[in-house]
Design a protein around this ligand. Structure first.
Ligand SMILES: [Fe+2]
Length: 302
């Protein structure tokens, strides 16, 4: 049963809201402050995709979009939870669960869509075999908001199978690639996606990594294309932020990636050109080497 159709938001506590607001703005999000909370969004209209309150650095939880009110009711029935009307900007209804590692996981529905923001754009690519731009120079329109939307979140978990079962049973997530170490029965974690049948969705919305220690790993925000990703890279580098990994192209999921550390110490990623898959893609197994491997760019560290 599909109870989640996309990731909606990641929530943090950060020690310095002003510093964090500047980073998020440089990262390409539009940031507003309401009642000592930062609300950040991309150009998509689905809602605020990053929230922060002041406090010692902590990952507070993540929110998913439900397809309808019925999904909230189904999930509420599992754990006997209440559906509450949200008092946050955008309104709507949500229920709040606690995952096996104690994180708050919200399922939300009925939020008012945000006003669209102007998106970066560029002319079609000339790509060797397929010449998409003939007779004109590249037109590249930059915008302050480089980010389109929140794409995925990666969580290190105490027990992969326990967390996998929890997220699948509550949200209806399905496996795209299960990553193993050595032999196929020794699972480290899995890339999970939303189950929308014939509709195409991101290769992963949530990646659970069974490190044994619950920890936020990273959250990834989609940008329009490679030019936008590199514009963001230059912008963040010029501001002196700490770079973590990239630019490169993942094997699993195929995203062009660029990872940065925010002032509170959390890793946030820009990505573009990720795989979009539907039910026909099925579920697969892949060795750790493929997780760390790249089509090009620097390899990951085990
Ligand atoms: Fe990622």
């Amino acid at each position: 049963m599909t109870n989640a159709i996309d990731l909606a938001c990641v929530r943090f506590a950060v020690p310095d809201l002003a510093k964090q607001r500047q980073f998020l703005t440089d990262f390409g999000l539009l940031v507003e402050q309401h009642n000592q909370h930062l609300y950040a969004r991309g150009t998509d209209t689905a809602g605020w995709c990053y929230l922060a309150e002041e406090g010692d650095p902590a990952f507070l939880g993540l929110d998913f979009h439900a397809p309808d009110r019925g999904a909230l009711e189904r999930v509420a029935a599992i754990d006997g939870l209440d559906i509450v009307e949200s008092i946050e900007p955008g309104g709507g209804w949500h229920l709040e669960m606690t995952d096996p590692d104690g994180r708050a996981v919200r399922l939300q529905w009925g939020l008012a869509p945000l006003e669209p923001l102007p998106e970066p754009s560029r002319s079609p690519f000339n790509m060797g075999g397929v010449r998409g731009r003939l007779g004109t120079r590249v037109e590249l329109t930059q915008q302050p908001q480089l980010v389109k939307r929140l794409g995925h979140c990666v969580l290190n978990v105490a027990d992969f199978r326990v967390s996998e079962n929890w997220y699948k049973s509550r949200l209806g997530l399905i496996t795209s690639d299960e990553v193993f170490v050595g032999s196929e029965d020794n699972a480290l974690g899995a890339f999970l996606r939303c189950d929308r049948g014939a509709k195409y969705v991101d290769h992963h919305t949530l990646f659970l990594v069974g490190t044994g220690t619950p920890e936020f790993n990273h959250a990834a925000f989609e940008v329009a294309d490679w030019d936008t990703l590199m514009i963001g890279h230059d912008r963040l580098q010029q501001q002196g932020y700490e770079h973590r990994w990239g630019v490169g192209k993942h094997l699993l999921g195929s995203q062009v990636f660029d990872y940065w550390k925010d002032p509170a110490g959390f890793t946030l990623e820009h990505f573009t050109d990720g795989d979009l898959v539907n039910a026909q893609f099925g579920s697969h197994k892949a060795p750790l080497e493929q997780l760390l491997g790249v089509h090009w760019g620097p390899q990951g560290q085990p």
